[in-house]
Design a protein around this ligand. Structure first.
Ligand code: TPP
Length: 598
């Protein structure tokens, strides 16, 4: 480094700080950052902008930005970063941080702050940001203030801090990490030339990380595999349950094979990554249980339940699990996060899910046939037949979702909004060999940020994406639609089930309290979604029937759309709910023969 360079570093301490930190983030593998404009975050914004390895997405609304970043991380399974200025901007990241923590999604939250002398002083746009996210982040650091004559160790600390932040977000238990950066003015570089010099001396595109942080996987012990193999080998009646956010990679294939070898039905949540894909072709992967487990008291009890992933979306499956005191419930989860609201887990194994499946499969070399399995195969087949019959010719929200799911192209993605959409996807999403990636924010089940999460996924997924939500959920994050400007080459379809308010509340006992049900829970808003579509230049469609929606979905081939489209389906929430209940009863009747014979 020459004298001129040394002078530039001294004259630009904040910029120097931010550039080193961002360079090390990039060396540690960070590729995506979402930035919301603000003054105090200038050093970070400029450092990210100048880094050739980083893709930058500008957002105006921090709440939507947070969820967009969450979507990026969901799609890549790698951390993405968020940057904002000081003040309430930081607090607007909160919902996405909570969801990332609950769903174990890696996220780096980088907030700019005032220097210490301005904190608790009444200074403008200054709030207490230190550990603002409390226990909702895995790690939180109030970073040191940039110095003109920083000792070498302070600069080394910046680099290890970046590496450790990525490592902590992307560890065995993934999640959000918060780094709060105090910056003193001047925030911007002295001039463009000195900015360029700084970037050139610090940024080494493609350079290896100064500190590599890696982790291995937790191999199951022989004793643990022996114990499970002995239980299964005894001819026990068992179930395998894959909840949301199971591991990807080879896991779906391995767990499907394990189900076949054990002779256990595999109940695959739509968010598990196991319900859809080629591995379902020759394995007992089931998805109809939300319908037939309505009558869960009648079902034969399993002796062993092998669980993976988070708590399933299906309320009937959860009730079924809660009423199985005699079964040994084994939960396998390498990240160690508890996910059993019934507190029925008898054995929690913190080991790698794939390795456990493969080790178990080695001990069980022949697929097992049993009456137990045969009965479930019949039930699953008859359950779907009964559903088909029950929804035939009926116009209601669930039937539209069933059609949508049947028509999703192979290799496409779906973001299921919270409230009824994700429940419909659970009930009507029939296992299929199509490779469908289904996402939802089920960590905290907020109806906020759902559009932005889908758009963030789309930014890092070449496949077409469908974002299916209720009307309130759509309205709630309509600010997020602006992010479509980052996604010009992407194929995005919004499908909104518009029952003019919160349809899900009709399923609750409080629905009988009218008034005030409609005013306080249903909350009809009367918004015209066509106006929102116009604001964001969406291609707007409003089919009047299922047939018309199917025609819309089949005429535009995936990848041929120029603009994102919005398909609004107007439904009557009260009628939808009534039909939902009737279908349950119809399916029960249709399965009566099964119960009489078994
Ligand atoms: C951020 C947030 N606020 C409130 C809720 C409570 N909530 C759950 S469902 C729902 C209504 C959603 O309405 P809509 O998106 O139209 O879907 P529908 O219920 O009709 O399926 C509300 C307000 C929530 N989950 N998250």
């Amino acid at each position: 480094m020459n004298d001129n360079e040394r002078t530039i570093i001294r004259q630009n301490p904040a910029m120097h700080w931010a550039t080193i930190f961002v360079d090390e983030l990039a060396r540690s593998g960070l590729r995506d950052v979402c930035i919301a404009p603000g003054s105090r975050s200038t050093p970070l914004a400029l450092a990210f902008y100048a880094h050739p390895a980083i893709q930058l997405y500008t957002h105006l609304d921090e709440r939507s930005a947070g969820f967009f970043a969450l979507g990026l991380a969901l799609a890549t399974n790698r951390p993405s970063a968020l940057v904002c200025t000081s003040g309430t901007a930081v607090a607007n990241f909160f919902p996405a941080v909570v969801e990332a923590n609950m769903s174990q999604v890696p996220l780096l939250v980088l907030t700019a702050d005032r220097p210490h002398e301005l904190r608790h002083s009444g200074a403008n746009q200054t709030i207490d940001q230190v550990k603002i996210f409390g226990d909702h982040v895995q790690w939180s650091v109030d970073v040191a203030l940039p110095e003109k004559e920083a000792p070498a160790i302070a600069l080394l600390n910046l680099r290890t801090l970046a590496a450790r932040a990525v490592g902590a977000a992307d560890g065995l238990r993934k999640g959000p990490v918060h780094l709060n950066f105090p910056f003193r003015k001047p925030l911007e570089p002295q001039n463009v030339k000195s900015w360029k010099v700084l970037a050139a001396i610090i940024t080494k595109a493609g350079a290896p990380p100064s500190t590599r942080i890696e982790h291995g996987s937790i191999r199951p012990l022989d004793r643990q595999v022996d114990e499970l193999a002995a239980l299964i080998g005894r001819g026990s009646q068992g179930l395998i349950i894959c909840g949301p956010r199971c591991p990807g990679g080879k896991f779906p294939e391995a767990v499907a094979m394990l189900a076949r070898l054990c002779g256990y039905p595999l109940f695959a949540d739509p968010l598990s990554g196991v319900r859809f894909g080629l591995h379902t072709a020759d394995a007992p992967v089931f998805g109809g249980y939300e319908t037939y487990l309505r009558a869960y008291e009648r079902f034969p009890k399993p002796e062993i339940v092998l669980r993976f992933g988070a708590v399933p979306v299906s309320s009937h499956l959860n009730q079924f699990l809660a009423h199985n005191e005699s079964a040994l419930q084994v939960h396998v989860r390498e990240n160690g996060v508890w996910a059993d609201e019934n507190h029925m887990t008898g054995l929690f194994l913190q080991v790698n899910e794939l390795e456990l499946c493969l080790s178990l499969a080695k001990r069980l070399d022949q697929p097992r046939q049993s009456d137990w399995m045969e009965a479930w195969i019949t039930l699953e087949a008859q359950g779907w037949q009964a559903v088909d019959k029950a929804i035939e010719g009926r116009e209601f929200d669930g039937a539209y979702v069933a059609d949508l799911l049947n028509l999703l192209p192979d290799r496409s993605a779906l973001l299921a909004g919270n409230s009824l959409p994700v429940r419909h996807v659970n009930q009507f999403g029939r296992p299929s060999t199509r490779s469908l990636k289904v996402f939802a924010n089920r960590g905290a089940s907020g109806i906020d940020g759902n559009l932005s999460t889908g758009l963030g996924i789309s930014a890092r997924t070449p496949q077409p994406i469908t974002i299916l939500t209720g009307d309130i959920t759509f309205y709630h994050d309509s600010n997020g639609l602006l992010a479509l400007r980052h996604l010009e080459s992407r194929d995005v379809t919004f499908v909104v089930l518009n029952n003019d308010g919160g349809g899900i509340f009709r399923r609750l006992p409080v629905a009988k309290f009218e008034p005030p049900f409609n005013e306080v829970f249903g909350a009809a808003h009367g918004l015209n979604l066509a106006d929102i579509a116009r604001t964001y230049r969406l291609d707007y469609r409003r089919p009047q029937s299922r047939e018309e929606m199917r025609a819309i979905l089949t005429t535009a081939a995936p990848g041929t759309q120029k603009r994102a489209r919005l398909i609004e389906i107007r439904t009557d929430g009260e009628r939808d709910n009534q039909l939902h209940n009737e279908i349950g009863v119809m399916v029960d009747h249709a399965l009566a023969d099964f119960w009489n014979q078994n």
